[in-house]
Ligand binder design. Structure first.
Ligand code: ADP
Ligand code: GLC
Length: 490
């Protein structure tokens, strides 16, 4: 099958969070399965260009209709760790993709809507006929609308669209100008509850809703989250739309790429290991302590590697830090937030705890350090308010690092409590609490800490159960292949 992914992130060149890992990992799996996969991305100025091999111009005269004129674009091609990627460069005064950051501008809706239009125009002009176009999150929600209402009429009748929802907190609300920009016009047609009109703000177009309504199949990133967004306030107003389109909607648990996240072959950690050579994991713990200037004591290390977003339970993370260091643990945090206020708050905390040799806060994004932390820590904490899938619990488990999580979304599909679970003991792999409260957080933490100190053999079993589980792209890759085949027949 010929598949084109259209996305605004792809690891490791343009990564903000798990979306980037998914776009890369799923594309790789689909290629391994014999499909031909191409990825279209914006050409951001802030990408990691040293991770792109053989970057060159693929099309230098792509003219994209936009408002009343045409924008000149260049399309570049390069390999990102083996994946075939096209990058759209827009030559315009307000330089949509040369802003020094990926997201966070007042015109993000316009930037990414333009990206969708340019991606389709590129496929059209270059005579490419993918069988599947796979779009991700609100940024590409308008693409199936454009395909259906503009490009099909120009002859692009072939492609079917699969649309994946990674986070319903961000739906992309925009004004009528989006319709004028793209040439969709007909405001009265799109401002309709069955199409793009937002359910809470009748004067806004909801781009994610457009993606849901106009795609041939819609997925989200875990079965539990698929249930939550239809049946609770986690749908942020889209539950009804997802019910209406329920016959083309399902949850597919993400995988992780075991070529990137695998302690046996990880080149960022000093000592490779597997389930048979766990002693080497402890050497990584020493290396981590050495690097972060933590003292060498008989204590477990609890880590957090996360965007410091409200979604991730920032208040509970902070509470856990003090609880950990007051209860015989060391604590390592690697995280950053696009909000200066949140970063400053954690920087102050770092300053306050500067002389404490049992904790280290690293405020920023550091891929390499993330690998060493997962390898060196004993436990990882993920106390999310909501979590569509979550990749760090699966990564941690592969490294024998036991997750302590709040039982929501994908966390509840992947982490099974050591003490209370329907799963057999051989599949229990962590600690789960449910209420978003410091009491429940502490109870889960103290169970884990107690197990580490007093029942090391049981704790080791949890580590091994996590390491043995298969959270690769193998199963989800097959699921997506089935979905593509199903919609291709239609
Ligand atoms: P989300 O996409 O909501 O941020 P996920 O758990 O799906 O959460 O994915 C997060 C990804 O980003 C993981 O690969 C994780 O290792 C990585 N990550 C998060 N914060 C950092 C950071 N500060 N430095 C390096 N990697 C990070
Ligand atoms: C989003 C979600 C996260 C998920 C990731 C990849 O960023 O917040 O839970 O793992 O997308 O699907």
């Amino acid at each position: 099958m010929y598949i084109v992914m259209v996305a605004t992130e792809c690891a490791p060149v343009a990564k903000v969070g798990g979306l980037a890992d998914v776009v890369y990992g799923l594309s790789r799996e689909l290629e391994v399965r014999g499909n031909s996969v191409e990825i279209i991305l914006p050409k951001y100025d802030c990408m990691w260009y040293d991770q792109i091999y053989g970057l060159h111009e693929a099309m230098n005269d792509l003219w994209v209709p936009w408002y009343d004129s045409w924008i000149h674009c260049t399309v570049l091609f390069g390999f990102v760790h083996g994946r075939k990627c096209f990058f759209i460069d827009a030559h315009m005064d307000n330089a949509y993709f040369n802003r020094g950051v990926f997201y966070g501008h007042h015109d993000d809706h316009e930037r990414f809507t333009f990206f969708c239009r340019a991606s389709l125009e590129f496929l059209f002009k270059s005579g490419k006929h993918p069988e599947i176009i796979h779009c991700h999150d609100w940024q590409t929600g308008i693409l199936p609308v454009l395909l259906y209402d503009i490009y099909q009429h120009l002859g692009m009748t072939h492609p079917r669209v699969c649309y994946t929802l990674h986070n319903l907190k961000h739906q992309g609300l925009a004004g009528e100008f989006i319709l004028n920009g793209t040439g969709l016009h007909r405001a009265e047609h799109y401002f309709h509850p069955d199409r793009l009109q937002d359910s809470q703000n009748p004067f806004a177009l909801n781009l994610m809703k457009g993606g849901i309504v106009y795609s041939n199949f819609v997925t989200t990133v875990s079965p539990r989250y698929a249930w939550e967004i239809r049946n609770s306030d986690m749908g942020y107003g889209l539950g009804h739309t997802l019910y209406t389109h329920g016959d083309k909607f399902g949850g597919v648990l993400n995988g992780i790429d075991y070529d990137v996240w695998n302690p046996e072959i990880d080149r960022y950690i000093p000592f490779n290991y597997n389930i048979e050579s766990l002693d080497n994991k402890f050497k990584n713990k020493e290396a981590l302590r050495h690097r972060l200037l933590l003292r060498d004591e008989y204590k477990p290390i609890i880590c957090v590697v996360s965007r410091l977003d409200h979604q991730k339970g920032v208040e509970l993370i902070k509470h856990a830090l003090f609880y950990a260091i007051n209860n015989g643990c060391q604590f390592v945090l690697l995280g950053s937030s696009p909000e200066h206020g949140v970063n400053d708050h954690f920087l102050n905390l770092k300053h306050q705890l500067n002389d404490n040799q049992d904790c280290h806060l690293e405020i920023g994004y550091n891929d390499e350090l993330a690998h060493l932390i997962f390898a060196g820590a004993d436990m990882t904490l993920i106390p999310s308010l909501f979590e569509p899938c979550g990749l760090t619990q699966m990564i941690a488990m592969k490294y024998g690092t036991v997750p302590i999580v709040r039982g929501v979304g994908g966390l509840s599909d992947t982490v099974f409590d050591a003490n209370i679970s329907e799963k057999p003991y051989s599949e229990r792999n962590g600690y789960v609490f449910y209420n978003f409260s410091t009491n429940e957080l502490e109870a889960a933490m103290i169970s884990a800490i107690g197990m580490w100190y007093h029942y090391p053999n049981y704790f080791k079993e949890l580590m091994e159960n996590g390491m043995r589980a298969d959270y690769s792209w193998n199963h989800p890759g097959q699921n997506y292949q089935n979905i593509y085949e199903f919609i291709r027949e239609k």
